[in-house]
Ligand binder design. Structure first.
Ligand code: 6PG
Length: 237
């Protein structure tokens, strides 16, 4: 389902409502809310909005993971965990042990192995990883999502991989969850803002090459996917 909003602020407000409704439903149904956050600039406003209404969900029941992480120290704002910590996690009553960050102090192979173990601790049988209640994803100008970049192998055999990618001068060494993990989620919500994304968004929603436009690899097996985009990003649809 595609919803088009006037600007990033309107998009973020709707995303905050969707986030809270999904969290409350999951907590009622299953006693916990398993969410994978995205990085980049787009979710910052959403995170701030969630932080401004901390009593709208039971944060003690939330477990927070990341769809991808840049392998830079947490002291750097380019670290996805650090961004979420500053804008959201430090400002809501979530227990520290419910925050499951990628350990960026490790080398890439170790960080992958460590995160696979983290996912296994929350695995929803018969999966070897949690069936997330909500996965937030962004999309790059080139159609990448999480850290699944154009031309990268369509990795289906492991839940987490290390990658290197040059994108807009951002940190190149990353780890990312793989499509089977994303696609097993109950709900996936893409947040896409800005005219620079318009061309890629058209290709992705057309279902063009999943090698060239990795966001095409995201299609939940039994769950749902929603696209929240602003008018600028929707400019070529
Ligand atoms: C990351 C992301 C990445 C991001 C897109 C869009 O860690 O870089 O998770 O996939 O969502 O690059 O980034 P913007 O929101 O900054 O455009």
């Amino acid at each position: 389902m595609l919803k088009i909003f006037k600007n990033l602020d309107d998009l973020s407000r709707a995303a905050a409502q969707e986030f809270l409704a999904t969290a409350n439903e999951a907590i009622s149904a299953r006693g916990q809310f398993l969410v994978a956050l995205n990085g980049g600039g787009t979710p910052k406003r959403l995170f701030e909005l969630l932080a401004s209404t901390p009593d709208k969900m039971d944060w003690s029941r939330a477990h927070v993971f990341w769809g991808d992480e840049r392998l830079v120290p947490v002291s750097e704002s380019q670290n996805n965990y650090a961004m979420a910590k500053q804008t959201l996690l430090d400002r809501v009553p979530i227990p520290a042990e419910n925050i499951h960050r990628v350990n960026t102090d490790l080398d890439p192979a170790e960080a992958v192995a460590d995160y696979i173990r983290t996912l296994e601790r929350f695995a929803t049988s018969p999966l070897r990883w949690p069936r997330f209640d909500l996965v937030l994803l962004g999309m790059g100008d080139d159609g990448h999502t999480a850290s699944l970049f154009p031309g990268s192998p369509v990795e289906e055999s492991v839940p987490v991989v290390a990658v290197t990618a040059d994108y807009q001068g951002r940190p190149a060494n990353r780890i990312t969850l793989t499509p089977p993990v994303f696609n097993s989620a109950h709900k996936i919500l893409f947040l896409v803002s800005g005219a620079s994304k318009a061309d890629a968004l058209r290709h992705v929603l057309n279902g063009d090459s999943e090698v060239q436009f990795p966001a095409v690899r995201i299609h939940p097996t039994t769950g749902t996917v929603q696209w929240f985009v602003d008018e600028a990003a929707a400019g070529q649809l």
